[in-house]
Each structure stands twice: as C-alpha cells, then as structure tokens.
Design a protein around this ligand. Sequence first.
Ligand SMILES: [Zn+2]
Length: 464
Amino acid sequence: MTFDVRLGLAIAAGKMSALSIRRLGRGGGTALPGIVSNTIDNDILDKLATRVPGGCVVVAGTNGKTTTSRILAEILERSGLRVIHNRSGSNLVRGITAAFTEQVSVSGQPSGQIAVIETDEAALPEIVRRTKPRLIVLLNLFRDQLDRYGELDTIARMWRETLDGLDSSQTLLINADDPALAAISEDSPATRLTFGFQECAHTLDHLPHAADAAVCRRCGATLTYDELYLSHLGAYHCMQCGYRRPTLDYGATDIQLYGLESGHLALGTGEDALEIDAELPGLYNLYNVAAAAGAALTLGMPGWVVKAGIGEFKAAFGRIERVEIDNRQLVLMLIKNPTGFNEVLRTLAMSAMTDPVMIVINDLDADGRDVSWLWDVDAEHLAEVDAPLYTAGIRSGDMAVRLKYAGISPERITPLGDLDGALDRFIEAIPEEGTAFVLPTYTAMLRLRELLYQRGVVQMFWEQ
Ligand SMILES: [Zn+2]
C-alpha cells in the first residue's frame, strides 16, 4: 500500500488535537479531532473504514444504541478480536471519525480487526455510505421529546432509502417487533435477519401515552397487537391486509426480569437454546441484549462467547450506573425521552420499591426546550409504589405538577429546585446504607456527574 500523505496528515492532526484537548482538561476530546482530521482529508472515514479487515458493524435506534454497541464490542473482544469502537458515545460523523483516527497508526493501519459504530439516527445514511458496513443493526424508532414536527417520519424515510441502497453482500438485523422497522426494511436488497420477543409474560394492555398508534405501512389500517411489550413494540398483524410481524430469526423466549438487578432470556428453542443472563434491568435492556446477541451470532461468534460477553457486561456510562456516596448507593438512570422514561418508571414500579427517587428535569437544548413531553410519560406508574419522590433541576416545579396530576399525594412529593442545592438534601434523605434512584435528563446527568466528581465519587467519563 502506498503511503497516503493527506490521510497521514489528517490522522496526525486528529491525534494531536485529541491529546491537547485532554492536556487542557477540556472534556473527552471526542468530536474536535474528527473535525480537524476531516478538514484535512475529507475521505478519511471512508479510507479508514475500508482498511478494517473484519469490516464495520453499524448500530442505530432511538433508544439502546450505546448499550447494544457496547455489549457487542464486549462479546467480540472476548473472542480475542480487537475492536474499533466509538466508546464515548459520540455518535455523529465527526465523533465517529475521531474514534477511527484515534484507533489507527499514523500510516493508517487500524489497530482493530473489526469496527462497531454506534450512530445517531440522522447520521445513519452518511455513516452507511462512508463505511459500507457488513452488518447494520436497527433497534427501534421512538418519537422523542424534541420531535413535535414529524422528524421521526423523516428519519424513517431516510432510513428506507439507505436500506434500499444496500447490496446483497450486506446484512441487516432489525427489531421485527417495531412495525416501522419491519416495513422500511422490506424491500432492501441486503440479507434481512430479525430479532424480537417470541414469548414474553410482561405485556402492556394498551399503547402507552408516548407511543404512536401503529399503522400498517401496506394498507394504512391500524395494526392489531397480539402481544404488546414496550411502547409500540410487540407481535402485531393487520386485520385488513393480513400483513404480520416477520418471522423471527432470533426470537427471545423465557424472558425473566429480576427486579432492578438483572434479567434473563433464551435465544432459540429446545436443547440448542442459548440461555443468557444479563446484569441489566428492564425489558428495554433485554431488547438490547437480544440485538447484541443476534448481531454477534450473525458475525459467527460461538454461543458460549456471546453468553460470557453479555454476562460480563456492566451498564454503559449514563444509562444505569451505581455510585457510593456517604455510605449510600445511588442508582443513576438516564431519561432521555418519553419511552425511555416510561420504561424506567415501569421497571421501578415492577420492583415495588420504597427507596427514594429523585427526578431531575432540565430544559436545555440537548434535553428539549419544550417540557410538555412530561405529559407523554406514564408518571402514574409511580402511584403504584410507596417511594418518596423528589424533583430537581431547572424544571423541578413542572415535574412536581406532573406527579400530582398522576394521582400521587402531595405529601409524597418534594420539589428541591436547582440540582446543585438539591443533591445534598436528597442524599440526606436516604437512610444510611440505603439505596436511592436518580432519574436525570441528559444535561442534568452531565451536571450530576460533575457534582459527584467534585465529591470524588465518580471519574469523568473519558477516564474510564
Ligand atoms: Zn394492512
């Protein structure tokens, strides 16, 4: 291979900017190096991606992409592969470029044998075009709080175009329980594989507030759910045209939830079933586990490696995290949109907990400026448990009002206001050696981690 001077310069510049950002203590240096190296060589990502011997795997979806891509990377690493991965969760083109720049030599030799790329929904078309992935894993499409104007439909259309442009050497693994994903992948020339819940005792009896009415993409009639598991995910069919959920290649059975600690599922049936235990709470995480396991099996990983990799996995930064502070345990669970929030609440309600809960709502750009999304959340789940409830953050008051309208008695609700002042008061309210839950929006999580870092109980994320 001849030495590509432009590429070499781009990589060197990217690496140096990453290094100097870290020296300056300016955060994780996750995006700027990508911008720098991309300015010098516009094709840097395309060039580096084609040099990865085992090819690229792209993971996308509204919820669960960080967890799923991390589980998959863990499984692949356990098999002895070195994995290029945008581990920081910086999932736009520049962050992904930065991750590649960091994980190659200056001459452009990748340090990994395979790449696992978590991508933002809107960035998927460009990432797929530039990295030509061998496998694309699509998890779900949920409306989030930023989406009041049909952005979700735009993304579904963009994804369909991308999938239609794949070729038969590429493989798609989709969550068939999401009717939108099943529909947009129908005509793709790629090999399509599916995962989903084949059999699950945890069902909903109606679509939650946050879910869209599911419409048959073939004929426009409302879909009928045989089973509804989470938001609009389930087993469905159309009464009018007979369309139904595609057959599952990786169907999860024997789905068990063990409170807030862990869960179990089996992939396949009979003696060949792969029994998987995961230290991740909630049904939503079992979808992530099924996706990562299906992806790993598709890539040829042996079952025991898949099992072991998932068993070892600990929750990704920002999703579920436990920290010790003053002899108390805080469980941090990020809430970034109504569906994610609902699943966290449902998981808390199912474990009938009495531990204090603090919900921290900010309304900065990254959280969504409009907090009316709180009304799409089934806060009524919290009426089913006896936990004392605290609210904090910029919109502490709005969250307290939402809880009151959920039928929770005002004596159980304490609005604490600004997070900086709220944290210590909340910690004081937790019994010694007790556990409590903190549910922050995105920017609230960042601030919370800063506050915990100042108290010496967590590391900043780039140090992990
Ligand atoms: Zn139909």
